[in-house]
Design a protein around this ligand. Structure first.
Ligand code: PGA
Length: 265
């Protein structure tokens, strides 16, 4: 199965509008004339979405600029109304957002998002035709206690509750072991491949082999230029969700380049 890899920069709470503009100027100049057999996505904070949209889609924007897709880092599960501090999917659509990261471990751990809330957000995102990047992953304690499979199975089953086959075709899964996020410790390619194969098999049980074979599963957790090629060479790894190493244009580009080095162009 030939799945197009997807490399997404998750900037978290970094990069205001002016830093976003500086990053893009540099990134686009480095990207000039190059094309990769991959999707490139940037997820800035909400307040930088306008700048990102302006630079990538203004008249006269280069082909390289137009090829970059925009993601949000979160969305509300509600449509509109008295939800102070929240941002709706329709507001995101106005900024030409295509993807939305949902279920990130920081949202789960720091903001208490449950599988049920994440499920509601996935449904809301699909109503607005946004593509969820649905994050799952175990903590070190869960892995060491032998609960990897149960944790991933629960997150997948509950997070995707009542998600149709049709919507499933628009979802990207990001497997991010919590112990590897922002720690500099990457899962070995064998650990990552094993977890990805498990995720794909659970999706096959729920949605059938065909959907499971098509769905893209990104790896996330301390991805860097130095480990991207090895991780992306694994048969079930279809790209990366990158935090710290995507804050620098050169490093983000090198991850994409190295990650694509084993892909047919
Ligand atoms: P990291 O973050 O690359 O800094 O480990 C990844 C993520 O949280 O998506």
């Amino acid at each position: 199965m030939n799945r197009k890899p997807i490399f997404a920069a998750n900037w978290k709470m970094n990069m205001g509008a002016s830093a976003t503009e500086d990053f893009l100027k540099s990134f686009l100049s480095k990207l000039l004339g190059q094309s990769f057999p991959a999707e490139i996505v940037i997820a800035p904070p909400f307040v930088s979405l306008a700048k990102l949209t302006e630079v990538l889609h203004s008249s006269g924007a280069s082909n390289e600029a137009q090829s970059i897709q925009i993601a949000a880092q979160n969305c509300s599960e509600h449509d509109a109304g008295a939800y102070t501090g929240e941002v709706s999917v329709l507001m995101l659509r106005e900024f030409l957002v295509h993807y939305v990261i949902l279920g990130h471990s920081e949202r789960r751990a720091i903001y208490g998002e449950t599988d049920a809330v994440i499920n509601a957000k996935i449904h809301k995102a699909r109503e607005a035709n946004l593509k969820p990047i649905f994050c799952i992953g175990e903590t070190l304690a869960q892995r060491e206690a032998g609960h990897l499979e149960t944790v991933l199975r629960t997150q997948i089953t509950e997070g995707l509750n009542n998600v149709s086959d049709k919507d499933m075709a628009e979802i990207v899964v990001a497997y991010e072991p919590v112990w590897a996020i922002g720690t500099g410790v990457t899962a070995s390619s064998q650990q990552a491949q094993d977890a990805h194969a498990l995720v794909r098999s659970v999706i096959a049980e729920l949605y059938g082999q065909d959907t499971a074979a098509k769905i893209r599963i990104q790896y996330g957790g301390s991805v860097k230029p130095a480990n991207a090629a090895e991780l992306m060479a694994c048969p079930d790894i279809d790209g990366a969700l990158i935090g710290g190493a995507a804050l620098e244009p050169q490093s983000f580009l090198e991850i994409i380049r190295n990650g694509c080095s084993n892909q047919p162009s």
